[in-house]
Design a binder for this molecule. Sequence first.
Ligand SMILES: [Zn+2]
Length: 291
Amino acid sequence: MLGECHAHIIMDGKNYKEAVALHKSGVKEEVIRAHFRIWGETGITFVRDGGDALGVSGRAKELAPEYGIDYRTPIFAIHKKGHYGGIVGHAFSDWKEYHSLVCRAKKEGADFIKIMISGIMEFGAFGVLTEEGLPENEIRQMIRIAHEEGMTVMAHGNGDRPVRAAVEAGLDTLEHGNYLKKETLDLLAGSGTIWIPTLAPTGNLLGCGRFPDEQVKRILRCQMDNIRYAFARGAGIGLGSDSGAYLVPHGQGLLDEYEWMKKAVGEEKETELKERLTESESRIKKSAVGK
Ligand SMILES: [Zn+2]
């Protein structure tokens, strides 16, 4: 069974505000345990989290061995003050603060550094993000500082410009990466960056009624076409469902992600797909600090 390369143990796939609120006055261990049990029942033995601001994924890391799960976390994500990322981490307003957050994550046991370089998807409108993303020089600086501290970098990024800057700066893993242009996909394919395109949070919205289906379909189609293009050019692609996101339950989310991914590259390429996803997963496992 392939591992889950992008999950949020703090969320529940239903209502993130309520899920996060459960831990507001202290980490609720039973919630973490319930999610680990589901992964165990699904046969998932590797999980990589996106971090959170309340210490939930940090506690989860301590509990994971009880479930035979190799669980990796950045502890919390790092975002620039005034930009997206508050629900998953802490903010910086200058480079001194950024550097000390990187050092704090390391000290608290982070396996890698998670950074936020752009906004999130507006699923109701194709091509629209909640914000366009940080300037290129700031993205490069965030990656450089984390690398200098000996940490690999996971970046939440959508939109062509910020993602291209991150890949050029030697980003280790790109999360989501919606709306990339061909040149950036070519660049990605020739780089060491592993792309985790998270199709389930888009695909699983179809028919739910929260957003117009024709917009969701366009977003999904665009991402699937890009995956097929990058896959054919040898890009490192990994399997991660963003489980915990709306309508992406832990466990089942990864099975859904695999089905969407198969549709993207073509059912006839399933054997190669499995091999390539496995290879990306083992690269991710090896690159984490302290393993
Ligand atoms: Zn995520």
